[in-house]
Design a protein around this ligand. Structure first.
Ligand SMILES: NC(=O)c1ccc[n+]([C@@H]2O[C@H](COP(=O)([O-])OP(=O)(O)OC[C@H]3O[C@@H](n4cnc5c(N)ncnc54)[C@H](O)[C@@H]3O)[C@@H](O)[C@H]2O)c1
Length: 472
C-alpha cells in the first residue's frame, strides 16, 4: 500500500472513531465544548489556550503513545499538550525502561490530564505496549537513545502505526536504511525530528529569501556552530534510589548507569556532539542549498572529556556542488565554551543570512555593493524589515576593508515551543491534510552527512560522497 493510500486509510479510521465518540458523548450528555477553559483547568492546558498564535491542528482524535519518556520525550509531550484539548491529540500510553523515574513521571502527568482524553498506561517493554495498545493507537512518538531508534521504529511501523522518531534517525546507516525500507513497505508515515524543517522562520527564509528573492545572490560559503559551555556538558546523574539494576541495564544495551544517563558520548549508542547537535544544522545546509555534499574533511578529538568515547570537539568542512557552483560549508561543535552559541550563516555575493532556532539571531545583511533600492520590493512585500540607523559610513582603516553591511530582520515570530510546528505537521499528515516536512528519505540524507564526519575524523583525511550514498 502506498503512503497516500495509508493516509486515506487512517483518515477513514479517524472519521469512524470520531463519529462513534461524538454519538456516545451526545447520548450521555458529555459532549464538551472545545476551547473553553474551566476554572479547574490544569496549567499546561491554560498555557495552550494562551498560545493563540500557535500553528495548530484540529480534527478527529489521533491516539498516540510515547516510547522513550526522558528529557526529549517530555519536551515533545509538553509541546503537544500545549496545543490544547481542541487539537484532538490524545496520549494513550507510555513506555520507558526507567520505571522509577521517567516512566512514573510521565505516566502520572498523563493520568492527571485525563479530562483532556490522555491516559498514562505505563509499560517498560515496547513489545507488550504494541501487543496491548496498537489497535487503539494511530501513532507513536519515539524519543529513546539513537541506537534504539531503528528497532523501535520498524516495530511500530510494522504494527500499523505512524511514527514521529527523534533525530538522529539512527547511529548507523544500516539502522537508518531499515527504517526507510519499513516506511516504504508499510506505507506508514515516518517523520524524523529535525524540527527546524517546520519552523516558520526557517520556512520563510528558504522560500522567500533563497528561492523567490534570491537575496543572498550566489551562496558561496556557510559557517555554523553549536558551542556549549563546559557546565552544560557535565554528566547527568540519577536521583538517589532511582538507579536501574545492572541486569536491566545490560538487557537494554547499557554497561552502567553512568552510560545509560550519558549515552550520547558512547560509541555504539549515539554519535557524540557532532551528530547530536550538528545534525540539526547540517540538515539545514543541505535543505537551503538544495544539494547533498560531495566531500567532507574534519578534525576532532577526545581532548577534554577524557572519560568519554566520542569526540568532544569537531570542526568539519563540507563541499557542496550546487547548480550555481561550489559551496564550502564549515561547521564546528565545542563542549568547553559556549562562545557564540549556535547559529547557521549563509554567505552569498549579494547578501548573508545569520539565523538560529533561538529567535535572538536572525539577520539578513545586504552587501554594500547592492543598491538599497534593489531590496525595496522585498521590504514592501514584508519579507524583510530594515533595521534603522544601521546604514554604515564608518571610516575604514584600509581602503580595501569592507564597510559593515546594512542589516534587516526576519519578520516572522516563533512564539510556540520549538518542536510544536513539526509535531503539528506530523499530525496533519496523519490526518491526510499535509505532506511530511522531514520524511524518512530526508532524515536518511542527513544521517549520511553527519555520520561521515566521525569517519573523516578517524581517517584524518578528506572523504568523498557518491550520489548513491544518499539513497537506500
Ligand atoms: N530534536 C531535538 O531538538 C532533540 C533534543 C534532545 C534530544 N533529542 C533526541 O531525543 C532522543 C532522546 O534524547 P533524550 O535527551 O531525551 O535522552 P534521555 O536519556 O533523557 O531519554 C531517553 C529515555 O529513553 C529511555 N529508554 C532507553 N532505552 C529504552 C528502551 N529500549 N525502551 C524504552 N525506553 C528506553 C530512557 O529510560 C530514557 O527515559 C535522542 O534520540 C535524542 O537525539 C532530540
Amino acid at each position: 500500500m502506498t503512503q497516500r493510500q495509508e493516509q486515506n486509510k487512517t483518515k477513514e479510521k479517524l472519521n469512524r472513531r470520531s463519529f462513534m465518540h461524538s454519538t456516545a458523548a451526545i447520548g450521555t450528555g458529555l459532549f464538551l465544548a472545545t476551547g473553553a477553559c474551566s476554572k479547574n483547568e490544569p496549567a499546561a492546558a491554560k498555557a495552550a489556550s494562551a498560545a493563540a498564535s500557535a500553528p495548530t491542528t484540529t480534527g478527529e482524535d489521533v491516539n498516540v503513545a510515547i516510547l522513550g519518556a526522558g528529557t526529549q520525550g517530555q519536551v515533545l509531550m509538553n509541546a503537544v499538550m500545549k496545543l490544547g484539548k481542541e487539537s484532538g491529540i490524545k496520549f494513550r500510553a507510555v513506555c520507558d525502561i526507567w520505571e522509577k523515574q521517567n516512566l512514573r513521571r510521565v505516566s502520572r502527568t498523563l493520568d492527571a490530564y485525563k479530562i483532556y482524553g490522555h491516559k498514562g498506561t505505563a509499560y517498560t517493554d515496547y513489545r507488550e505496549m504494541l501487543d496491548k495498545e496498537a489497535d487503539g493507537l494511530d501513532a507513536v512518538i519515539i524519543a529513546t537513545p539513537d541506537f534504539w531508534h531503528s528497532e523501535h521504529t520498524v516495530a511500530c511501523l510494522e504494527a500499523g502505526l505512524h511514527v514521529y522518531c527523534e533525530k538522529e534517525m539512527s547511529n548507523t546507516l544500516e539502522g537508518a536504511s531499515k527504517m526507510v525500507n519499513a516506511a516504504k513497505k508499510t506505507g506508514k508515515l515516518l517523520q524524523i525530528g529535525h524540527q527546524r524543517r517546520s519552523n516558520p522562520r526557517y520556512i520563510h527564509c528558504y522560500e522567500k529569501f533563497i528561492k523567490e528573492a534570491s537575496l543572498l545572490g550566489r551562496i558561496t560559503t556557510i559557517n555554523g556552530q553549536w558551542n556549549r559551555s563546559k557546565s552544560a556538558c557535565d554528566d547527568n546523574v540519577a536521583p538517589p534510589g532511582t538507579e536501574l539494576d545492572i541486569a536491566t541495564l545490560n538487557k537494554y544495551g547499557f554497561d552502567s548507569m553512568e552510560q545509560f544517563l550519558n549515552w550520547r558520548w558512547y560509541k555504539g549508542k549515539g554519535g557524540g556532539p557532532i551528530v547530536d547537535l550538528g545534525s540539526h544544522q547540517i540538515d539545514i545546509y543541505s535543505w537551503f542549498l538544495d544539494a547533498v555534499p560531495i566531500s567532507v574533511m574534519a578534525s576532532g578529538g577526545v581532548d577534554y572529556w577524557t572519560d568519554h568515547e566520542w569526540y568532544d570537539n569537531v570542526m568539519a568542512i563540507y563541499e557542496f556542488q550546487t547548480k550555481s557552483g561550489l559551496v564550502r560549508a564549515f561547521y564546528q561543535t565545542l563542549t568547553t565554551s559556549g562562545n557564540g552559541g549556535y547559529f547557521e550563516m549563509f554567505m552569498g555575493d549579494e547578501g548573508a543570512l545569520k539565523m538560529s532556532e533561538g529567535v535572538s539571531k536572525g539577520t539578513v545583511y545586504r552587501e554594500p555593493a547592492v543598491h538599497e533600492g534593489d531590496w525595496d520590493e522585498w521590504v514592501q512585500k514584508g519579507y524583510v524589515v530594515k533595521k534603522e540607523g544601521l546604514e554604515q559610513t564608518t571610516t575604514s582603516v584600509d581602503a580595501r576593508t569592507s564597510p559593515p553591511p546594512p542589516s534587516y530582520s526576519i519578520p516572522v515570530p516563533m512564539d510556540v515551543p520549538f518542536h510544536q510546528p513539526h509535531l503539528v505537521n506530523f499530525f496533519e499528515a496523519v490526518r491526510g491534510n499535509a505532506e511530511l516536512n522531514c520524511p524518512a528519505e530526508i532524515g536518511y540524507e542527513t544521517a549520511v552527512m553527519v555520520l561521515k564526519v566521525n569517519e573523516a575524523v578517524a581517517a584524518g583525511r578528506k572523504l568523498d560522497f557518491k550520489p548513491e550514498d544518499f539513497h537506500v
